[in-house]
Design a protein around this ligand. Structure first.
Ligand SMILES: O=P(O)(O)OC[C@H]1O[C@H](O)[C@H](O)[C@@H](O)[C@@H]1O
Ligand SMILES: [Fe+2]
Length: 199
């Protein structure tokens, strides 16, 4: 969790949050924002990446952290909005992470847009599922996961939920990346071996 304030006391009162179905956003709290510059080293085309950062550093995705207590009995949840765009031929995507408690699974429900959930186990098994409105994707424990927006014009909006004590492990992804990247080939997403992936 990015939060330092999450308490270890369980939530004992009901909590309701209104999300805007068009934008995926809520006015209840600020989102966590990831401009392209937060993704340095993660896109294959480094020249295109630096040019895009220099040209205005657009917001590539945002999501919520509701400071749910870091307990296995709690459920962390929120929306995640990945904007349309590309760095070179590579679609905008989230950083992606393993869970610190590796066995923790996660569920996503696509509210709008289109894209892919890219999943990869430490052993190198790669799984990909499509996001489209009304479709859920279950990310099994042990799989790193990254949302990728394959639409040219629409944000990819998902709702997610995972165990409160799962945690986020970015280290592996930040140093090695995913084994597979997704590129736009004449309007069609194509899975390609990551040229920068290091064993
Ligand atoms: O954490 P990232 O890989 O940058 O992705 C951003 C967010 O996306 C998802 O919606 C996850 O469920 C969140 O836990 C995550 O933090
Ligand atoms: Fe996760």
């Amino acid at each position: 969790m990015s939060s330092t304030t999450a308490s270890l006391d369980p939530i004992v009162k009901a909590v309701a949050t209104q999300f805007d179905l068009g934008t995926g956003l809520t006015a209840d709290r600020p989102s966590l924002k990831r401009p392209l510059s937060a993704m340095r080293g993660l896109y294959a085309d480094t020249e295109a990446f630096e040019a895009a950062v220099a040209a205005g550093d657009p917001l590539s995705y945002e999501f919520y952290d509701f400071d749910v207590p870091l307990l296995e009995t709690e459920v962390a949840y929120g929306t995640s909005i990945t904007y349309p765009g590309k760095v070179g031929d590579e679609y905008y995507m989230t950083k992606g992470h393993f869970h610190t408690r590796l066995e923790s699974a996660e569920i996503y429900f696509c509210l709008s847009g289109q894209g892919l959930m890219l999943m990869e186990s430490p052993e190198g098994d790669v799984q990909v599922e499509e996001f489209r409105p009304g479709r859920s994707v279950y990310v099994p424990g042990r799989y790193a996961h990254r949302s990728i927006n394959t639409s040219a014009s629409e944000p990819l909006i998902t709702f997610f939920a995972f165990p409160g004590d799962a945690g986020h492990d970015y280290g592996t992804i930040e140093t090695k990346g995913f084994r597979t990247i997704v590129l736009d080939r004449d309007g069609v997403p194509e899975l390609v071996a990551n040229p920068r992936w290091a064993d």
